[in-house]
Write a protein that binds this ligand. Structure first.
Ligand SMILES: Nc1ncnc2c1ncn2[C@@H]1O[C@H](COP(=O)(O)OP(=O)(O)O)[C@@H](O)[C@H]1O
Ligand SMILES: [Mg+2]
Length: 344
């Protein structure tokens, strides 16, 4: 059992650092693990999501995001480890977890042959919204989702963006203080994605804790905190700024050069350059820690006979972090395997 105090409405941690129990977190896990036979889908996860934050849980396909969410929502029992959401122990009280949180699963669980109204009514009953409050609550949810005028439409006849927002408000109908959204914007058009993010940003600003998985990196930039999961392990976590500064620790340099492709090849061969990608008419490089700055890169290219129009350091994007973490992890794994071979 984890010693966590129960988060209060409107609580918000601003200290950043400190003991886990000081953070008054909405979600906390220690060593949370799920195995499927030999496969370790979630591997000793220590997760902290602070009350009232918008937390982006990032990872490539198969990383273990959905499995983590299934454990955090009380649907799936962990193989090992412990956790609490809203101060409720996952193992001891999964039923209370289920009724206290909101969950939008990866395949929106809507009934296509029910109307918008009927879907909301169904979820209001499941989540035991008191009968006398149902009609008002449903109206409120319809307004929140911008579904006014569509109450009698079948869910199956709604466009992607409306379906997604209906699924969201179905998960919010009992006004949970914590919601889990599993890839809510997958396959939704860009305008709807933006509307959706404005909506969940507002929810978080009003005090609801939101944990959302995505692999759209532009969405990740909008989160208060990020957790990167790869092969079941949390490989980095914190605010985007802190991860960029402390965990990433690499310069990102952009440059333009007349012989772009040849310059890219030359840079890819340089030890101090971890990655080169071409972005439109520019090159974007991730430099190894301790590697050259923009001027150094210019010299490096000049030494190899390449002219450089301009080169400057730019802010790393979440995508830079993501690609780099995944690569780092892969390299470490390869090194571990090599060591095992040597020693074996
Ligand atoms: N019920 C299950 N039985 C067996 N393997 C599973 C099950 N659910 C997920 N997995 C496996 O666990 C790993 C993590 O899956 P998942 O949590 O769905 O990843 P993500 O949501 O990040 O794409 C994958 O290798 C997946 O195939
Ligand atoms: Mg998933």
């Amino acid at each position: 059992m984890l010693a966590v105090s129960r988060p209060q409405e409107g609580d918000r941690d601003v200290s950043g650092e400190g003991a886990l129990t000081d953070l008054d977190p909405a979600v906390i896990t220690r060593g949370l693990t799920k195995r499927f036979g030999n496969l370790v889908a979630v591997d000793h996860l220590d997760l902290v999501v602070k009350t009232g934050e918008l937390y982006g849980f990032l990872g490539p396909n198969g990383a273990g995001k959905s499995t983590t969410l299934r454990m955090l929502t009380g649907i799936m029992e962990p193989t090992e480890g412990e956790g609490a959401v809203l101060g409720i122990d996952l193992r001891r009280d999964p039923e209370r977890v289920k009724s206290s949180i909101g969950y939008m699963s990866q395949r929106f669980s809507l009934y296509d042959d029910l109307t918008v109204d009927e879907n909301l009514t169904f979820y209001a009953r499941v989540y035991m919204v008191p009968r006398g409050e149902r009609a008002g609550r449903i109206e409120q949810m319809i307004r929140l989702a911008g579904l006014g005028g569509r109450e009698r439409q079948l869910a199956g006849h709604l466009s992607g963006g409306f379906r997604q927002r209906l699924a969201l408000v179905c998960a919010l109908v009992h006004r949970p203080r914590l919601v889990f959204l599993d890839e809510p914007t997958a396959g939704v058009d860009p305008v709807s994605r933006r509307t959706f993010w404005a909506l969940i940003r507002r929810l978080a600003d009003e005090g609801t804790t939101v944990l959302v998985t995505t692999h759209y990196m532009d969405e990740a930039e909008l989160c208060d905190s990020l957790g990167f999961i790869y092969q079941g392990r949390l490989i980095a976590a914190g605010s985007p700024e802190r991860i960029k500064k402390d965990t990433f620790g690499r310069a990102v340099i952009e440059l333009e050069a007349p012989a772009l492709r040849e310059a890219a090849d030359a840079l890819a061969d340089a030890d101090a350059v971890e990655e080169v990608v071409r972005v439109g008419g520019r090159l974007r490089l991730i430099v190894a820690p301790g590697g050259p700055d923009a001027e150094g890169v210019r010299r490096l290219l000049a030494d190899r006979g390449f002219a450089v129009t301009w080169a400057r350091e730019v802010e790393p994007s979440v995508e830079d972090l993501f690609v780099s973490f995944v690569d780092k992890e892969r390299k470490t794994r390869v090194r571990d395997q090599l060591r095992a071979l040597r020693e074996g």
